[in-house]
Design a binder for this molecule. Structure first.
Ligand code: FNR
Length: 364
């Protein structure tokens, strides 16, 4: 298949197909893989797919608006580009085309601290973008303070600590291909020593909204709120860390209930389609993080294709909202959801049944 001009993509699966053609095995399986048996990763998809939507009719959905206010900024969609390390392996400039596409469309990109890039250059490349920064704690408290001060000074308006990575997991697709550089990052041991005291320290030092990523239980969500976190980010790292965990859509409702409006809620893990996003909104999420799909769009064609991904997602979200009987996010609730049976395969790209399963097969 020849590389398409971005606007020629009419379905999301065509973008993924192009990404597979453009990437070698190392990069492809780095994106597609999870930890060990990939059970957590598959449960993410399963936990979304097993939910059915219960539509209401005759609701005047002539003018749907999927946008949301987020700490004083209006977002065009309830979408966030989740932090992804190593974006430079998928397209020249790494995070810059993602941040620029996000800026042009009107959604945020959360920059990962393990992208090989000049953070200032990323910030300057998209001056109007709502810029979020995600940090892995790979140094002592002074290193954390200096890093956060620097990115806030550069214009990052919200910061996030990822806390589901006490240790680096066994990513067997990477191991099987001897693609092991990422497992040996200097300073990683600091991440294992983190406690709620560190959250208190960071909270007391910074004035911008603080997000905690990797919350997977109501108990930790409650603690996060008690420790002054502004947004609880429900995530299992796309099934790339603890294996045999729950799917994030299984735990989202308990987290939303525990937070009880005292903080905003983000969720990610397997969200690929407009209906997936609408289900998360029904369950009470404010924003939905997009991880692997972001990587695929970047690899398929850089900024124009990332923009096209957002347009296609917007189209799917607006159609799903209208057909569910919701003119805006406020019209969606748990009454629109019912537990049913999943009809789709649970592999990485299971949301796209027109793709050949072989795309996500492990390396031989
Ligand atoms: C990630 N993720 C991640 N998370 C994080 O906090 N910092 C990081 O640097 C990375 N790096 C990273 C690389 C790649 C290639 C992937 C696929 C994921 C996890 C990411 O932010 C998000 O939680 C998941 O990707 C969400 O699941 P989906 O959308 O990929 O299924």
């Amino acid at each position: 298949m020849a590389q398409l001009p971005a606007n020629d993509y009419l379905t999301l699966h065509e973008i993924i197909q192009q990404a597979r053609l453009n990437l070698g095995n190392h990069a492809w399986h780095y994106i597609a893989g999870g930890a060990e048996t990939e059970t957590t990763m598959r449960r993410n998809r399963w936990s979304i797919d097993r939910l059915a939507l219960r539509p209401r009719v005759l609701c005047d959905v002539g003018d749907t608006d999927a946008g949301i206010d987020w700490f004083g900024r209006r977002l065009r969609l309830p979408i966030l580009f989740a932090p992804v390390g190593g974006l430079e392996h998928f397209w020249e400039g790494g995070p810059i085309p993602v941040t620029q596409a996000a800026e042009e469309f009107g959604v945020p990109h959360m920059l990962s601290s393990v992208c090989a890039c000049d953070v200032g250059e990323v910030a300057r490349s998209a001056p109007e973008a709502l810029k979020l920064f995600q940090l892995y704690v790979h140094g002592d408290p002074q290193w954390v303070d200096d890093t956060l001060d620097r990115v806030i000074e550069l214009g990052f308006e919200q910061v996030c600590l990822t806390v589901d990575t006490a240790v680096y997991s066994r990513r067997e697709r990477d191991l099987a291909q001897r693609n092991i550089r990422r497992a040996n990052v200097p300073g990683r041991h600091w991440q294992a020593k983190l406690t709620w005291k560190d959250i208190d320290r960071v909270r007391s030092r910074i004035r911008v909204p603080l997000i905690l990523k990797g919350i997977a239980t109501a108990d930790d969500a409650r603690l996060a709120v008690e420790h002054g976190v502004d947004a609880v980010y429900v995530s299992n790292h796309g099934g790339r860390q603890l294996d045999h965990g729950q799917g994030t859509m299984e735990v989202l409702p308990e987290v939303v209930d525990a937070v009880d409006g005292r903080a905003r809620v983000i969720v990610d893990g397997g969200f690929c389609r407009g209906t997936d996003v609408v289900k998360a909104l029904c369950a009470g999420a404010d924003l939905v993080g997009i991880g692997r799909l972001q990587c695929a769009a970047l690899a398929a064609g850089g900024k124009p294709t990332v923009l096209r991904l957002l347009e296609l997602l917007e189209s799917e979200i607006r159609i799903a909202m209208a057909l569910a009987g919701a003119a805006s996010r406020a019209d969606l609730g748990r009454r629109h959801l019912a537990v049913s049976e999943s009809m789709l395969p649970t592999h990485t790209w299971g949301a796209f049944p027109m793709l050949n399963d072989d795309l996500s097969a492990p390396p031989r």
